[in-house]
Design a protein around this ligand. Structure first.
Ligand code: FE2
Length: 398
């Protein structure tokens, strides 16, 4: 079996819930054709394939966007009856489905159902002369869902990564000018590092248990655990991880604070319905990725300059205490690009958060680079929440 970044060692198929990879993340959007160009232009994705009226898809249009080992499907409904039209009306654009490649989607689904999952779609196989794709879906928080995907023949994931057709019914687009441009000016995004859900007040532990029971995830032990809730944070968060740590899914719930929390703001603008708050996309070179994304007019959260008066002492202290080398990236460049830094007992990380990706203050991206650290930037929470409050104030949402 080919090694799949971020390297699930898919050596055994005895565990039906062994996740081989994030097969794709599906967004429901108002206009997939236009959204595809936004993610291509701003984030460097290749607009690769389409499934629409021209391929016989009468009820929806879907674009496959790729970068590194990231695959996005952008789906729009072609009638008011389609589920995407319904969700977009209620929530605006957002993540609908985080799909996992498994050895046998039917077995994974049956196991999840027997573990207590609610069905979203029973197993279904689409095949042609070249191979087959089996999908089966369970529902998670809000209107979000997880689809299990198993693939054979020309539709195996290794072949998709080499540019093969994604599934029967997809058509490859001719090489667009934006794709050529993106190859010459890469943004360097490699794969989905983690994916965060916002749930309602008091429901975090319910969903933690759900991931433990249904998907057989475990609580991910990391540095942030010890002081997960501070007076500044106005959120509580627990991180769930798949057995092989392929995917980490922090779950947030709002906490009491002086002002409206970012989680409450999300829920207010998301039909009071839980959903995916952010996708963290991994890069090996934070400075390059952020510089390129800024050049493309991606909007990021802005932190006060005072952040950099304190950060190096805090981070370097932590790194030396645990016998690690200091941050190797140029400090001035980090400051100039507005990148955040945090450290823990295992190393450090660089991260930065975009502003919302649509007009509603809901879904955003995080661009993250790990140098040993496996945590999520707890040390940045205070500075971040202050920055977020400024942004919420601008939107009249405090
Ligand atoms: Fe994150």
């Amino acid at each position: 079996m080919t090694t799949l970044a971020p390297a699930a060692k898919a050596s055994s198929s005895t565990d039906p819930l062994l996740l081989i990879d994030v097969d794709h993340v599906r967004f429901y959007v108002g206009n997939a054709k236009q959204a595809a160009m936004y993610y291509a232009h701003c984030f460097g994705f290749a607009v690769e394939q389409v499934q629409d009226l021209t391929t016989g898809s009468r009820d929806s249009a879907t674009y496959l966007l790729t970068q590194g080992n990231i695959r996005f499907l952008l789906t729009t409904g072609l009638s008011s009856q389609h589920a995407a039209s319904h969700d977009v009306m209620l929530y605006g654009d957002g993540v609908k489905d985080v799909a996992f490649t498994v050895f046998d989607a039917t077995k994974a689904y049956e196991r999840a159902i027997s573990n207590g999952a609610m069905s979203g779609q029973e197993p279904r196989t689409i095949s042609d002369a070249h191979g087959s794709v089996t999908t089966a879906t369970i529902r998670t928080y809000g209107r979000a869902q997880h689809t299990f995907v198993s693939r054979t023949g020309a539709y195996e994931l290794t072949k998709i990564k080499e540019g093969g057709v994604f599934a029967p019914g997809f058509r490859k687009l001719e090489d667009l000018a934006i794709n050529r441009y993106n190859r010459e000016h890469p943004c360097g995004l490699k794969y989905v590092d983690h994916l965060v859900g916002n749930v309602e007040l008091g429901k975090m532990n319910y969903w933690v248990k759900w991931y433990e029971n249904v998907l057989e995830f475990t609580m991910f032990k990391h540095f942030d655990d010890k002081d997960i809730s501070t007076e500044y944070s106005a959120l509580m968060s627990k991180v769930m991880a798949s057995g092989n740590n392929l995917i980490k899914m922090p779950i947030n719930e709002p906490a009491e604070g002086k002002k409206k929390s970012q989680i409450e703001e999300y829920l207010d603008w998301h039909g009071n319905t839980p959903g995916v708050q952010h996708l963290a996309l991994r890069t090996d070179d934070e400075l390059h990725s952020i510089a390129e994304l800024r050049r493309r007019n991606v909007e990021f959260l802005t932190l006060p300059d005072t952040y950099y008066e304190l950060v190096w002492a805090r981070v370097d202290k932590m790194l030396t205490e645990h016998g690690h080398k200091p941050v190797r990236e140029d400090h001035e460049a980090v400051k100039k690009l507005g990148i955040l830094v945090d450290a823990d007992d295992e190393g450090y990380l660089l991260q930065l958060f975009t502003r919302p990706l649509q007009d509603r203050p809901t879904l955003f991206f995080e661009i993250i680079c790990r140098r040993g650290s496996q945590s999520f930037g707890k040390g940045n929470f205070k500075a971040l929440f202050e920055a977020l409050e400024i942004e919420q104030g601008r939107r009249g949402n405090l």
